[in-house]
Ligand binder design. Structure first.
Ligand code: GDP
Ligand code: IMO
Ligand code: MG
Length: 439
């Protein structure tokens, strides 16, 4: 299969960045493509102790011989993108991949961030303006990269949108009963100053255009050309299956399609042969609000958080932690047509004994073994666990599957048996080198 997509099977932060970085090394992949989400994503790649956190840049950016692509389904905050590129270039100079940005990608504007700040609390969003930007995209009032071609057109679009958004935000502040003293942070005249917005976005875009490694253009054409030449493309999902706007734990989801369908919409490319790899953290985490049936509130959960350093890459919020839930992974297999799995953070489970894996939900005396349940049923569900012996040994230096302790091998095999999916890669530490290829 010539093209591959790596996507999240749980609630995000599975370690997609590390897996994409690992696979991108393969010569056959000429491009690495993000297809949805924005800078709500935080994808970490650790190289010889140096940590890179990517929010908009695809995780293949560290390979100078590749082209990285930001597809039309991604929403862009130009300031964030510039900051990321600047940081990267301060570390690597120009020794990074080229970047192609879709001219159809929508922009996150300051009013989107304000609206998210007012209304996003009930979900626990990342406050990056994600929901409101996708709302305007679907509502046909978004501003796109291509609107930057001409300063006059861009300025007119800002003026139009600003008039409506100022009114909307005033209404929202009242409707959501934001107390007077907190309203200072929503100071409209400061944040929503017409000239300031136009100037800063225009300056930002010109800085992007000036960078000789960056192009803005048609992503669909580029990917189809690569495909025609017989080159392989690696796609990088952001967020995850249970955060998908259509298939996730709605309304506690993000506003895009991290599942495989998002790839088609977010790139304008239909891969004829596509391998779908689901990334699974060896336990489960979630940031923000919403159901989480295997969540732990005890010392085990605390240990997962501390050993796994479970704090948001984007917002720094502590992540909620719990046992591995295979009903979720099976659901991700169903929705995405997964071909195989990559397991991460197996090392974090060292010393926890016994381990537990959720294999079903008991609802009204019936047990379901797949996460096809609604929020109401979830509230009543009793989780069915299988206990499995843990291990004590440090596995972070192991590089061959056969060298893992027997109990660790059994944990991995259990996942394979219950999901009926082969596991290709196993992470045993954050660094690029801490990985086991299991054939
Ligand atoms: P992503 O959003 O799916 O790319 O994941 P994040 O980067 O937000 O979170 C994953 C975290 O786990 C990061 O801090 C990674 O450096 C780290 N990580 C990835 N794989 C492993 C692993 O196998 N073991 C350990 N201990 N850490 C890992
Ligand atoms: P990566 O790509 C984990 C969560 C937020 C919130 C919900 C909606 O690093 O896995 P949003 O700002 O998208 O409107 O927030 O989705 N969320 C993530 N959780 N990893 C992410 O990305 C996430 N992106 C959004 O915490 O619950
Ligand atoms: Mg993340």
């Amino acid at each position: 299969m010539n093209h591959t997509v790596v996507l999240g099977t749980q609630w995000g932060d599975e370690g997609k960045g590390k897996m994409v970085d690992t696979l991108a090394k393969q010569k056959k992949f000429k491009a690495v493509v993000r297809y949805q989400g924005g800078n709500n994503a935080g994808h970490t790649v650790v190289v010889k102790g140096e940590k890179h956190a990517f929010h908009l840049l695809p995780s293949g950016i560290l390979y100078p011989e590749k082209t990285c692509v930001i597809g039309n389904g991604v929403i862009i905050n130009p300031q964030v993108l510039l900051k990321e590129i600047k940081l990267l270039e301060s570390r690597l100079g120009e020794k990074h991949a080229r970047l192609l940005i879709s001219d159809k990608a929508h922009l996150i504007m300051p009013w989107h961030i304000l609206r998210d700040g007012i209304a996003g609390g009930r979900i626990g969003t990342t406050s990056r303006g994600i929901g409101p930007t996708y709302m305007d995209y679907i509502g046909r009032s978004g501003i796109r990269m291509m609107d930057f071609e001409n300063k006059k057109i861009f300025s007119q679009r800002v003026v139009q949108e600003l008039a409506w958004n100022k009114k909307l935000i005033k209404l929202m502040l009242d409707f959501y009963r934001i107390p007077q003293k907190e309203r200072k942070s929503f100071e409209l005249s400061q944040t929503l100053n017409e000239k300031r917005i136009i100037d800063s976005y225009w300056r930002g875009l010109n800085l992007l255009k000036k960078n000789r490694l960056i192009a803005i253009g048609d992503v669909s054409l580029f990917l189809n050309q690569l495909d025609k030449r017989g080159d392989s493309i690696l796609f990088e999902g952001a967020q995850a299956t249970l955060l998908d706007i259509a298939h996730g734990t709605y309304p506690f989801v993000t506003s895009s399609n991290p599942t495989v369908g998002g790839l088609y919409m977010g790139t304008g490319f239909r891969p004829r042969k596509l391998k779908v790899i689901g990334v699974v953290k060896a336990y489960t985490t979630r940031v923000g609000k919403g159901p989480f049936p295997t969540e732990l509130f005890d010392q085990v959960g605390e240990k997962m958080r501390e050993v796994g350093y479970e704090y948001g890459t984007t917002t720094g919020r502590p992540r909620r932690c719990g046992w591995l839930d295979l009903t979720i992974v099976k659901y991700a297999k169903l929705i995405n047509g997964l071909d195989s799995l990559a397991i991460t953070k197996l090392d974090v489970l060292t010393g926890i004994n016994p381990l537990k894996i959720a294999v079903g939900y008991k609802i009204n005396h019936k047990t379901r073994d797949i996460f096809t349940v609604n929020l109401e049923q979830l509230a009543k569900a009793k989780v069915v666990y299988q206990k499995i012996p843990g291990w004590k040994q440090d596995i972070s230096r192991v590089r061959q599957f056969v060298d893992l302790p027997r109990e660790t091998q059994n944990y991995v095999k259990k996942i394979e048996n219950l999901t009926k999916l082969p596991i290709e890669l196993i992470g045993v530490g954050p660094d690029r080198r801490q990985i086991i290829a299991k054939s």
